[in-house]
Design a protein around this ligand. Structure first.
Ligand code: C5P
Length: 290
């Protein structure tokens, strides 16, 4: 058996995000289309005799036991009564606190990586349960691809991976707290709700115009209120030729969809001059990395 393993951990964007109500457990009932993109952290897991150690390439990531990747390792090792330890090395490429599930995808990669490295007898259902215990986005990150996520975000209906989207993502130079954004959400402040059914129909038909028409994120009503710049960034991206620009998750990242790669490249080059954390990305294809 090998002593180490390397696992890619792709980010996600929310192409639609709707909130259907507050749940008795305090979380919100979601209806959101999630889509993996090829902005990818690289996770190396090495066996060690005991203990868990996390090393990251980013100053912004806390590498103690509060780190979600650390907690994922602790959980899976405990649940599988595995007494070995691991060293987790995270090459961080996904911006932190951005609405791109950077922490959740690292945790999902650690669960998958440790299962494989120690050949643990855990099925996907068990991994899903552990993922949900760590965070609402982790089950999607375990599954990947494109999905309609409901419930807390863990009830996943797979959508076909029949579209390769050209996107530019701009992450403003601050982080937002997901919990704070959800807490401040008031449906009466939402200007436009997504039409998720129409979005999905367009998705099945590969109808880019329909897809872009129905993309909306109700959490913009909270985060844009606090950071007016998000709206400005969306407008700028549309002026640069994007078919649509919306915020991802609780923000503050903005994602813009382009019908042609060369117009995405042009927009990327212009946005990069003023926003350091600008990325040109496309849909994540599993064969693409490693
Ligand atoms: O599940 P996770 O810990 O990633 O969620 C972070 C915060 O986002 C939660 O503490 C909660 O405040 C909010 N949240 C929510 N409803 C969801 C998902 C997240 O209210 N479906």
């Amino acid at each position: 058996m090998p002593d180490s393993i390397i696992i890619p951990a792709p980010a996600k964007v929310n192409l639609t995000l709707d909130i259907k109500g507050k749940r008795p457990d305090g979380y919100h009932e979601l209806e959101t289309v999630m889509h993996q993109i090829n902005l990818v952290d690289i996770i190396t897991i090495e066996k060690q005799e005991a203990g868990i150690e996390v090393v990251t390439s980013s100053d912004l990531v806390i590498d103690d036991e509060t780190n979600l990747a650390y907690r994922a390792a602790a959980l899976i090792l405990e649940k599988s009564h595995c007494r070995a330890g691991v060293k987790i090395i995270i090459q961080k490429n996904i911006p932190v606190g951005a609405g791109l599930a950077g922490g959740s995808t690292d945790a999902a990669a650690v669960l998958k990586g440790i299962r494989q490295l120690f050949d643990l007898r855990l099925d996907d259902r068990a991994l899903h349960e552990m993922g949900l215990a760590l965070g609402s986005d982790v089950p999607f990150c375990l599954r990947g691809g494109t999905a309609l996520a409901t419930g807390r975000g863990e009830v996943l209906g797979r959508l076909p991976d029949n579209l390769h989207l050209n996107m530019v993502i701009v992450k403003p130079p601050y982080q937002v707290s997901t919990a704070e954004v959800y807490k401040a959400f008031r449906p009466e402040q939402v200007k436009r709700f997504p039409d998720t059914d129409a979005f999905i129909e367009s998705w099945y038909n590969c109808d880019m115009i329909g897809i872009c028409d129905y993309m909306e994120n109700v959490l913009e009503s909270v985060t844009e209120e606090q950071y007016a710049e998000i709206k400005t960034l969306k407008n700028q991206l549309v002026q640069l030729g994007a078919l649509k620009a919306v915020m991802s998750g609780s923000g503050p990242s903005v994602l813009a969809i382009f019908d042609q790669l060369d117009s995405a490249v042009r927009a990327f080059e212009i946005m990069k001059k003023t926003c350091q954390e600008t990325y040109i990305v496309s849909s994540y294809l599993k064969e693409e990395v490693l």
